[in-house]
Design a protein around this ligand. Structure first.
Ligand code: PXP
Length: 238
């Protein structure tokens, strides 16, 4: 299991003033030096945080895993091929959303992914991960597509309003991870994870590989510094 830090909100802060800082490459470097196994960014169609130039700067500087999160548009697939990261995570993208709001609806995207998206990305060596809610139906369709990995959407677990609801979400995540593992699919996870909810998640859900954490970690870093914060998260992994 390894930590990938999503640095989208370093870019959000930089873009607030357009002065070029905080520097994204430096942030990624600090995360890696503190022990993160790699960096995640989401180049959105509206370019609200990460910009095209950032993607290439990060490709040239990050030493560990790069997870390029994106919507499966032809434009993004073109950029993905140029960047050639280790991993791409395909997510749904809505124009009005504040953040990715849920997993892909596999029934809706299946034919398009089968005919257009997978063949295009399969011409490269880039691993494909599909961001999914923890439900068996979507996971079976992801298997039929031949995905390398899924990223389990942990948002409902993270935002659960009662202990019972959180327990229920943990159970769903656990059985989704077991199902994916039995099908030979790598299990990644992310969304809404923080220093309060990470430990129970990791203890309860098996077969985890890449854990992608952004907003809470970058927020904590405002108070504790990026290096210390990454180390604090990593402690929760052990
Ligand atoms: N995984 C995916 C697919 C995401 O869209 C996001 C948010 O950009 C994350 C993980 C990280 O979520 P958070 O910023 O809540 O840690």
């Amino acid at each position: 299991m390894q930590l990938l830090v999503n640095i989208d909100h370093i870019a959000t802060l930089r873009n607030a003033r357009g002065e070029g800082y905080p520097n994204l490459v430096k942030a990624a470097e600090i995360c890696e030096q503190a022990g993160a196994a790699g960096i995640v960014f989401h180049l959105r169609s509206d370019r609200r945080h990460i910009k095209d130039a950032d993607v290439f700067d990060l490709k040239n500087s990050v030493q560990g895993t790069i997870d390029f999160e994106m919507a499966a548009t032809d434009e993004m697939i073109g950029i993905l091929k140029e960047v050639n990261p280790h991993l791409c995570t395909l997510v749904p993208e809505g124009r009005e959303e504040l953040t990715t709001e849920g997993g892909l609806n596999m029934e809706v995207v299946f034919d398009d992914f089968k005919q257009r998206v997978f063949p295009a990305i399969r011409k490269t060596n880039i691993e494909i991960s599909l961001f999914l809610d923890p439900n068996p139906y979507d996971i079976n369709l992801a298997f039929e597509l031949g995905t390398d990995a899924i990223e389990l959407h942990t948002g409902n677990y993270a935002n659960a309003e009662s202990d019972e609801a959180q327990e229920h979400e943990l159970k769903r995540l656990k059985s989704a991870a077991i199902q994916a593992n039995e099908l030979g699919i790598k299990v990644n996870a992310g969304h809404g994870l923080n220093q309060q909810n990470l430990k129970s998640f990791i203890e309860e859900v098996p077969h985890l590989n890449d854990i992608s954490i952004g907003h809470a970690l970058i927020s904590d870093a405002v108070f504790d510094g990026l290096e210390t914060t990454v180390k604090k998260y990593l402690k929760l992994f052990s």
